[in-house]
Design a protein around this ligand. Structure first.
Ligand SMILES: N=c1c2ncn([C@@H]3O[C@H](COP(=O)(O)OP(=O)(O)OP(=O)(O)O)[C@@H](O)[C@H]3O)c2ncn1[C@@H]1O[C@H](COP(=O)(O)O)[C@@H](O)[C@H]1O
Length: 106
């Protein structure tokens, strides 16, 4: 199992977003703004659907990674911390302890 987490990626994107857009794809997306970032997220979601329907596991794995990356870029532009999303997911499990833990970023 990979040690790499979405929180790790969120931290990398926060750092890279400060770079000149010529040196960082993340910074170029943030600079372009929500319409472009949201469109990219949609494109990657559609490509994931196609891979899923074709039963192509390798392609679906790559497209799923693209979806998660572009989702984090969209959340960054919207100024929504990943922890808020995790807290929402935890709350849906009905386990308030998990929701509290997620909102603390633990
Ligand atoms: N996970 C990714 C990631 N996935 C995809 N991409 C980039 O997404 C782009 C998407 O290519 P596409 O073919 O979909 O789009 P395109 O038509 O080439 O370009 P668009 O004009 O449509 O955006 C490519 O340039 C990839 O390099 C990513 N770029 C960055 N990351 C992560 O973000 C980190 C920071 O990257 P930089 O911001 O580039 O420093 C990296 O270390 C990675 O962890």
């Amino acid at each position: 199992m990979s040690d790499f987490s979405l929180s790790d990626l969120e931290a990398i994107l926060a750092e890279r977003a400060k770079a000149p857009s010529s040196q960082s794809y993340t910074a170029s997306l943030v600079e372009a703004g929500m319409p472009k970032a949201a469109r990219k997220l949609g494109e990657e979601a559609v490509e994931s659907i196609v891979a899923a329907l074709e039963g192509d596991k390798d392609e679906l794995t790559k497209e799923a990674a693209d979806v998660l990356y572009h989702l984090l870029v969209v959340l960054r532009i919207a100024e929504i911390p990943l922890d808020n999303v995790l807290a929402e997911l935890a709350q849906r499990t009905g386990q308030s302890g998990l929701a509290e833990k997620a909102s603390r970023g633990a």
